[in-house]
Design a protein around this ligand. Structure first.
Ligand code: MLT
Ligand code: MN
Length: 312
């Protein structure tokens, strides 16, 4: 199996279009040690030919252009794609807006939880992907769901999905008291274990997670590889950077650092390789020469970059 991180940034990417914070400026100016990153997406293939996307970011067009494996085969039909399916881990804009760029009556399958499918259903713009051509399938919390393409052919990729502590999508907060509790542990946000048929190994992909609880620690014990929510380094980072008013917790994202952070929360859990993904443009670890990057590395974590590949 091959797994490629084709978008390692959180919503907005690095640089973010309207952001003048030091990290976006550094990426724009090509500063050494601060690399541009596109928005949250991972792709996996069992046979190196057909690929399953995990989330479809607004940068999907650029990501396909940067990833030859995702482009039409040179000897392929006039209109074709190696992308067989898209598995959605929530309905956030950085995870679903790219679906709109995958129109053109091209068959592939979409998998999402009941909540995520209901959100697509409620937003008529997604009908540009005619369900007769692009079937939408329920991703029920289960062991080992084989991901199939639009014609029901097996991709060879198998997924275990499980709800994680998270939050409803930002745009679903509309009209509700901004101080209200938008947290949701029931399927608005999920994690997945990506593997091949008959394998117990694989990669856990959890780009959004508000807390590390007992159930998650148990599930991740002995994982070969974890791609985990690396949105913020400190909970109040966006406030301190003066680019926003929300904490990581309010956005449904656990911080890397601190007693309640992910580094501490998973420190004693046996995991082969741990890699932060979905990194926000305020997170100091984006600077390879920062003390925070050194601290993350010393704690045994890697920081994903676009194009990073994990092979099994
Ligand atoms: C998130 O990860 O919290 C969302 O992508 C935020 C957003 O929709 O901008
Ligand atoms: Mn996001």
């Amino acid at each position: 199996m091959r797994v490629k991180i084709i978008g390692s940034a959180a919503g907005g990417g690095l640089p973010q279009w309207n952001c003048n914070y030091r990290l976006s400026r550094a990426a724009r100016s090509g500063m050494l040690g601060v690399h541009s990153r596109t928005q949250s997406c991972v792709t996996a293939s069992a046979d190196g030919t057909g690929w399953v996307l995990f989330n479809a970011s607004p940068d999907i067009r650029q990501q396909i252009a940067q990833t030859p494996e995702l482009q039409p085969a040179l000897d392929g039909p006039l209109r074709s794609t190696p992308i067989r399916a898209v598995v959605l881990t929530n309905a956030d804009i950085d995870h679903v807006a790219g679906l709109l760029s995958l129109r053109e009556r091209q068959p592939f399958a979409i998998y999402g939880t009941a909540q995520v499918l209901a959100t697509l259903e409620a937003n008529a713009i997604f009908n540009v992907l005619d369900p007769a051509i692009v079937p939408r399938r329920l991703l029920a919390p289960t062991e080992e769901l084989p991901i199939r393409d639009a014609e029901d052919g097996e991709t060879g990729i198998v997924v275990d999905s499980f709800p994680v502590p998270g939050k409803v999508a930002l745009y679903l907060e509309q009209g509700r008291d901004p101080g209200a509790d938008f947290s949701s542990d029931t399927g608005h946000t999920i994690g997945v274990r990506i593997t091949e048929a008959g394998s117990r190994g694989g990669v856990f992909y959890i780009p959004g997670c508000a807390r590390i609880d007992v159930a998650l620690r148990a599930r991740l014990t002995h994982a070969a590889c974890l791609l985990f929510d690396g949105t913020v380094y400190t909970d109040d980072e966006m406030i301190a950077a003066r680019v926003g008013q929300k904490t990581g917790a309010r956005m449904g994202h656990i911080a890397m650092s601190g007693e309640a952070g992910s580094i501490a929360g998973l420190a004693d859990v046996k995991i082969g390789r741990r890699i932060f993904v979905h990194i926000n443009n305020t997170n100091p670890v984006l600077d390879e020469n920062s003390t925070e990057r050194a601290a993350v590395k010393a704690a045994g974590w890697e920081v994903a970059s676009d194009g990073m590949e994990i092979q099994f």
